[in-house]
Design a protein around this ligand. Structure first.
Ligand code: NAD
Length: 273
């Protein structure tokens, strides 16, 4: 019996087979979960590339629930939860794996971020969790849960992460408030997973991955970066009943990188030299 046998959920944020949401989905599906998915609406409806890409990935898992959803649009989110209620039924989990900021706003220093760019990044990357939670509160069974993806740049200054760090700080704070509210109302858990660098479409906009690999190899307690699979497994754990006592948490899956204050060489030895 898989951990997710008889469990159902929604996953927001698979762009392709490199997406963190796909890594989590693979683990959930291997444990027997039934999952519905959303994709970004097509820029050209005549060429439904996003839908096609997503269906190709999830149909082999037996998933047929695939819907467009721009989290900036209330009507899109309503349509997804309405359809899920009809076609999937009460949900056990909802995964939020979504972020966006324009390249200009990401690249520049935070003080140069445009007002519109800030609103856009915050809307898609942070407010969207609140918007999903509002619907998930009714759609989830008591004891169900939500999981959102975050990064260390929300807690500390990571050069290059810029405005996305500000968004992640808002997301992480939202996770705590939502955990408190939904926990009290319905026993629903809300957690964050703070992943180390993973090569994805979104990450290519914010980091030089080989530089990150070098940094993690020298600084992280495990002296390496994490794998996509490790993020997927930890995500599955948090969404499962094994984590039934965990809420409002920000679980770092980063080979321990976040605990370090300096590179991993013994500084006392250096001082003696
Ligand atoms: N890749 C990393 O190194 C890393 C590390 C820590 C956290 N994260 C976080 O993981 C999450 C997933 O990112 P990823 O790295 O898998 O990249 P990704 O590009 O595969 O996923 C980002 C997703 O956001 C979706 N999205 C963007 N704007 C949207 C909108 N308006 N409406 C609906 N969906 C929208 C995209 O369609 C895409 O599916 C993000 O929150 C990201 O910040 C990534």
């Amino acid at each position: 019996m898989g951990l997710f046998e008889g469990k159902k959920g929604l996953v927001f944020g698979i762009a392709n087979d490199k997406s963190i949401a796909w890594a989590i989905t693979q683990e959930l599906a291997a444990q027997g979960a039934e999952i519905g998915f959303t994709h970004l609406p097509e820029s050209d409806p005549a060429r439904p590339k996003n839908e096609r890409k997503l269906r190709k990935l999830v149909e082999p898992l037996g998933s047929t629930f695939v819907m467009p959803c721009d989290v900036q649009k209330e009507e899109d989110i309503d349509a997804v939860f309405d359809a899920a209620k009809e076609q999937i039924g009460p949900l056990d989990f909802v995964v939020h794996s979504i972020a966006f900021a324009t390249i200009e706003d990401l690249k520049g220093p935070v003080y140069n971020c445009s007002r519109d760019g800030f609103k856009l990044a915050m809307d898609i990357s942070a407010f969207s969790l609140i918007a999903l939670a509002r619907r998930a509160k009714d759609a989830l069974v008591p004891g169900g849960n939500m999981l959102a993806m975050t990064y260390l740049g929300g807690e500390r200054v990571i050069p290059g992460y810029n405005v996305m760090g500000v968004c992640k700080a808002a997301l992480e704070s939202s996770i705590k408030y939502l955990a408190s509210e939904l926990g009290a109302e319905k026993g629903i858990r809300v957690n964050g997973l703070s992943a180390g660098p993973v090569r994805t479409l979104a990450a290519s906009a914010v980091s030089d991955h080989s530089l990150m690999d070098k940094l993690y190899s020298s600084m992280a307690p495990l002296r390496r970066n994490i794998t996509r699979e490790e993020v997927g497994k930890a995500g599955m754990f948090l969404l499962s009943d094994l984590a039934s006592g965990v809420t409002g948490e920000n679980v770092h899956v980063d080979a321990g990188f976040h605990i370090m204050g300096a590179p991993g060489e013994d500084m006392s030895e250096k001082a003696d030299e």
